[in-house]
Every structure is written in C-alpha cells, then in structure tokens.
Design a protein around this ligand. Sequence first.
Ligand SMILES: Cc1cc2nc3c(=O)[nH]c(=O)nc-3n(C[C@H](O)[C@H](O)[C@H](O)COP(=O)(O)O)c2cc1C
Length: 194
Amino acid sequence: MNLLRIDSSPNQAGSISRELTDLLQEKLESQGHKLTGKRDLYYDDLITLGDQDRYSAYFTPSEDLTDNQRKEIVGSNELAIEFAAADAYIVGVPMYNFTVPAALKTYIDLIARLGITFHYTPEGPVGLLKNKKVFVIISTGGTPIGSEVDFVSPYLKTFFGFIGITDVTFIAADVTNQSREASIEKGTTAIEAL
Ligand SMILES: Cc1cc2nc3c(=O)[nH]c(=O)nc-3n(C[C@H](O)[C@H](O)[C@H](O)COP(=O)(O)O)c2cc1C
C-alpha cells in the first residue's frame, strides 16, 4: 500500500505526535507498506484558499477557467491528487483549542475538491475515495480523547467519511500533562498491536 504521512505539529523537537507518527511509519513499513509522500503542514508553506481567483476557481468548470484561475488552483490540485492517489494515511494531530491545528484545517480545505475527492449526486455529496485506511494519532495536554470537548476525533471521522474513507483508526496519546511517559506508552502499545 502507498502511504502518505501528514504531520501537523509545529513542534519539531520533542513532539509527542511526531514520535508516534515515526513509530507507526516504521511499523507499517516493516509490514511492506511504502511511504510515497510526506507533508509537514507547518513547514510546507501551505497556500490558503484565497485570493479571489483561487477561491472562484473551485467553483468553475475546468474548461471555463481563466489563465490566472488555472495557475491559482495548481497547489490545491497537487495536494488533492496526491491525497487521492495514496492507499493509506498516517496523520499526526496535536489537539489545539479542542480541535485540529489551523494548518491541518487549511490542508483539509485544500484537499476537499469536487471531482477529485468527492462529487455531488441527486442524493447529495458522495466521497470518491474507496478502500483507503487512515491512522490518526492524537496528542493532547489535558483533554481526554472521546470526551465531550474532543472536537478532533468526531471532526476527522466526519471529514474522512465525507470523502469516502470509513476505515479510520484513532490512536490516542492524550492527557500528556498528567504523565508524558504514560501517554506515549499508551500510543506505543496501540501501534504495536496493529
Ligand atoms: C496553541 C495550543 C493549544 C492547545 N490546546 C489544547 C487543548 O485544547 N486541549 C488539550 O488537551 N491540549 C491542548 N494543547 C496541548 C497539546 O495538545 C499537547 O501539548 C500535545 O501533546 C502537543 O502535541 P505535539 O507534542 O505533537 O506537538 C494545546 C497546545 C497549544 C500549543
């Protein structure tokens, strides 16, 4: 399986989510999966949805795009096509203010693309990605994953379902403020059991 790894912690020294995405990558590679792409969302100079031409290009059929809209949509095309081409994903997510870091939300806005990751039918939107698997590693300081203020796991489950991915495994290294070691151990045990 082709594996895409996505890290969304801006912390590169001592990040808990990165320690566990490293471990999971190692584990999946040892099972024969191949890392084919890597995105480090706070270091990749992600574009945003704006400006006006980039935004409007989202809603314009490709044959009607102006030259500038065509240029502006390239970055989003690249990310969405790369995402759609992978078979499995490792996503590292620190909880920020009860939800995902802004860079991950931006990435999601860029890969949710009509005709690439979802389309509309008379019954409503349908995800275009099939037979994919996502592993989401979530680290938190004080908020337990699964608690009523955890807006990371329900949000990501909904988003991945929206684009057709229903096989989502959450690995929690949560409540690290109580014991960093115990939280890492919890995440490590879950990864080793995969
Ligand atoms: C801006 C910011 C917001 C945070 N918000 C929360 C939060 O809402 N709930 C929580 O439990 N921890 C919160 N934390 C703590 C991080 O989720 C925690 O330190 C996590 O382990 C960071 O992951 P990392 O080590 O991979 O960067 C926040 C940290 C930062 C920097």
